[in-house]
Design a protein around this ligand. Sequence first.
Ligand SMILES: O=P(O)(O)O[C@@H]1C[C@H](O)[C@@H](CO)O1
Ligand SMILES: Nc1nc2[nH]cnc2c(=O)[nH]1
Length: 301
Amino acid sequence: MAAFIESKQSGGGSSRMYTYDTLQEIATYLLERTELRPKVGIICGSGLGTLAEQLTDVDSFDYETIPHFPVSTVAGHVGRLVFGYLAGVPVMCMQGRFHHYEGYPLAKCAMPVRVMHLIGCTHLIATNAAGGANPKYRVGDIMLIKDHINLMGFAGNNPLQGPNDERFGPRFFGMANTYDPKLNQQAKVIARQIGIENELREGVYTCLGGPNFETVAEVKMLSMLGVDAIGMSTVHEIITARHCGMTCFAFSLITNMCTMSYEEEEEHCHDSIVGVGKNREKTLGEFVSRIVKHIHYEAKK
Ligand SMILES: O=P(O)(O)O[C@@H]1C[C@H](O)[C@@H](CO)O1
Ligand SMILES: Nc1nc2[nH]cnc2c(=O)[nH]1
């Protein structure tokens, strides 16, 4: 098993390792085994995997069984691709994502987004657990992502590094309004409908490589740069989705407050982060179901 995981974890560092043909092979494998044709792909963050358990009439695929797929190695990430209906709408859901700190290059972490695209998804909903860097935030808040800072990209690490395949998208492209403003607006309406408007925020997310959490100095610096929440995912998935023309919606569940002073005792650990997700599962299920329903009915207009 260890050797198998090792081989699933290995691979080159650029988009070169997942060619269009390889990704098409994965998509075809899945399409031949499910009759569902989802237009919405969902990525479940740490502790948020129970969202996938709310799907009905499911066809589910353990990552180990899908050709060329990596495996999930993080607690709280089951490692399963689930097709099913959420609020009557067909969706596909990654119950567990891949992180850079697991040893996967960013292109590999984001590869399932291209599979979603080839399957026919026009929309990506990415969710994550994140630390609050904005002192006004509280644990349990839901932060709609309005923008991100691609810190790893500043250092030259990007999921789209390597030769560009125009069948996915252009070599160069803009990132303004990547997080669909209309969907964020609708999410605020939904938050009011379900009575969580006081727990809803909208802010800027950044992804660090992890696996360690931030130092006090790092949190201070990021906060000065305008970052509201810090995590270890999502940015490379969203860049990949944007590149292939998908409409993006993403939010962070604030699972802990980042440590902002040396006097504070650092409280966060992965188990408590997953626990916050579990506590919020009912609300998040309702929230995401309504977003998905909105996307579905808007597309039909
Ligand atoms: O997959 P996400 O980004 O939700 O997971 C966050 C970042 C780390 O993987 C983990 C830390 O507890 O939660
Ligand atoms: N980088 C980072 N990722 C997280 N994921 C959940 N909480 C945190 C955090 O405080 N920092």
